[in-house]
Design a protein around this ligand. Structure first.
Ligand SMILES: [Zn+2]
Length: 67
């Protein structure tokens, strides 16, 4: 009945570190109203898909976030 033994380290098991990362500077793709890309590595947001690891390995934004 006790709940005292429940793991409380939710920051480790929940996908907090994996959260979507959409903070990066973006720019509009010319001629494509709803298409955007990362200003640093020029990959489309649809390619990056909110994931830091989907930026190019040498993306300045990715590097600035890398731990
Ligand atoms: Zn990037």
């Amino acid at each position: 009945m006790s709940t005292a033994q429940q793991p409380q380290r939710f920051t480790e098991r929940a996908p907090y570190r994996d959260a979507f990362d959409i903070d990066y500077p973006q720019e509009n793709l010319e001629g494509q109203l709803h298409a955007y890309r990362c200003k640093a590595c020029k990959l489309a947001t649809t390619t990056i898909n909110g994931r830091l690891e989907n930026h190019k390995p040498d993306c300045a934004y990715r590097l600035s976030k890398a731990r």
